[in-house]
Design a protein. Structure first.
Length: 524
């Protein structure tokens, strides 16, 4: 039986008991997850192909076989759509290694689960996240009516989190963004990029339609086509056309490979000029709060415009200055020659997300401090931000912690936003990161990690209420957290093992779990 896109989305929605849109089905087709046939010019989906795909996605039994029956599948949030896991300001800026807001809400909100026996936080309490990252805990705490304090050694991480929870004059923000957009359009119009990109896009569409039809990805997955060999052949075939267009329109694609500046190494000359142009205009905005919001939008924009392949956007390999075969999209793609379309898209999206969050915001305090959580005097540091709240916090104390420390040897947290540090001039403190990628996962790195995380909890305990609760999200494959708890003067009272379904790594289909450790003060 063959289904239209609409019929396929209806069938999948009923099959999974959740909303599956035609756009979701189109995504599966685009990436070769389900088969299609063309009849009378219409794309149709065999129902069996759809059924096979979604039945394979019922992972609970397989995952418990691999990871154990103690896996708490309810904490997978399998039925939650991506639009909810990335709701409002949670998707204002890309960030590796963040947890989804539903996980935070489960442990902070007494109304999240009617079957939950224990309640750890109430509206009006204060929660601390000493590894604040991009501010997920701050945002979710605000939505739940809970005060929140964050600390992060990365100045840019703190910038992201604080920009998310800030309160803006959105009308003013919209007006300033429109002024900058209009000026950028005029700037781009004089560069010759518009005509070049238009001609390049037209030529690429024709080439890709001929050599990379809708069925291409399915043929790759079934082994009918050798993707590497075929992609290389077609990449070389189009390259001559690309070089002719570059020469015809006099586009500068020369990039210094030995520059110490990230912006020079990873952005084409025309893109760099546009970035500097917008950055200078933002600097002229008088309202510093509006200025910060625009800087966040610019950061989000330039992250999407680095001269790299789509597949390598998260892990940069080498600058790309020509058209190339794209493994992610299964066709010939091109590098970015202008930030204009991304800037416009992210201005609209970001302001919309802030507006959506404004409707949910509570009158509570959230702020992320920049500093080392092993040594930061939280109340003293907060005095400069909100003296009145500090007095309240000193009296009430912090009720507990909800956090996810870095995983040992996994991510360099400063380096993932090197473009922003370069452009905005934030001070880098790479040497203070706990468990960074460049230190690896060896015994010495693990011992340093244990001492580092334990040091954070020992310092933060000074500001906690007596009967505190600490929740730590970690994949503890090296069994370090019992030792961390012991050194910090805590003990683990409970563990919740959850499957992680929404991963971005290449092996995201493999079974993977993390543990939420519930820790309290060690009994004396």
């Amino acid at each position: 039986m063959l289904l239209t896109l609409k019929q396929a989305s209806q069938w999948a929605s009923e099959h999974l008991n959740k909303n599956v849109t035609p756009a979701n089905i189109t995504y599966l087709i685009q990436y070769g997850r389900i088969e299609t046939v063309v009849e009378n010019g219409s794309t149709l989906i065999p129902m069996q192909s759809l059924a096979d795909y979604y039945n394979l996605n019922r992972r609970e039994t397989r995952w418990k076989d691999e990871l154990g029956d103690d896996l708490n599948w309810m904490l997978s949030f399998e039925g939650v759509k991506e639009a909810e896991t990335t709701k409002h300001v949670h998707r204002l800026h890309p960030y590796k290694g963040k947890f989804i807001p539903q996980l935070v809400a489960y442990f902070l909100d007494l109304h999240t689960d009617n079957f939950k026996q224990d309640v750890y936080f109430q509206p009006g309490d204060i929660v601390l996240d000493p590894f604040c990252g991009s501010g997920t805990a701050l945002v979710q705490a605000n939505e739940l009516g809970i005060h929140a304090i964050g600390i992060d050694v990365s100045a840019f991480n703190a910038f992201i989190g604080n920009a998310k929870v800030a309160t803006y004059n959105l009308t003013r923000l919209y007006e300033e963004s429109r002024k900058i957009t209009a000026a950028l359009k005029n700037f781009v119009a004089t560069s010759g990029i518009v005509e070049f990109e238009s001609k390049l896009a037209e030529t690429l569409v024709s080439f890709n339609n001929q050599y990379f039809p809708v069925s291409f990805k399915r043929q790759v997955r079934s082994g009918e086509i050798d993707q590497k060999q075929y992609g290389c052949e077609k990449e070389a075939a189009f390259l001559e056309t690309y070089r002719e267009l570059v020469a015809e329109h006099q586009i500068d694609v020369q990039m210094p490979v030995d520059s110490a500046r990230f912006i020079k190494r990873w952005y084409l000359p025309g893109v760099r000029a546009e970035i500097d142009f917008v950055h200078n205009l933002i600097g002229e905005v008088e309202d510093l709060l509006i200025q910060n919001a625009l800087l966040l939008i610019l950061s989000r924009t330039i992250r999407s415009c680095r001269a790299t392949t789509h597949a390598d956007l998260g892990t940069l390999r080498k600058p790309v200055t020509t058209t190339y075969y794209c493994r992610k999209h299964g066709k010939i793609c091109k590098p970015l020659f202008s930030i204009l379309s991304w800037w416009e898209r992210y201005c609209k999206d970001s302001i919309g997300r802030w507006a959506e969050f404004t409707k949910l915001k509570t009158n509570t305090f959230q702020h992320c401090l920049t500093g080392d959580s092993r040594t930061t005097d939280i109340f003293t540091a907060l005095k400069q931000t909100n003296p009145q709240f500090v007095e309240f916090a000193r009296e009430q104390r912090i009720k507990g912690i909800f956090t996810s420390p870095p995983y040992v040897g996994l991510i360099n947290y400063h380096e993932q936003h090197a473009y922003a540090y370069d452009l905005f001039g934030f001070k880098r403190l790479d040497e203070l990161e706990i468990g960074p990628l460049f230190k690896g996962k060896g015994r010495e790195a693990r011992e340093s990690y244990v001492q580092g995380v334990a040091g954070v909890f020992k310092n933060c305990k000074r500001f906690l209420a007596d009967d505190y609760d600490v929740f730590v999200v970690a994949n503890d494959k090296f069994n370090m957290y019992p030792t961390i708890a012991e050194i910090a003067g805590m003990h683990i009272v409970n563990q919740h093992k959850r499957p992680v379904l929404n991963r971005t790594e290449k092996n995201r289909e493999s079974a993977y779990s993390e543990t939420i450790f519930h820790m309290k003060e060690k009994e004396k």
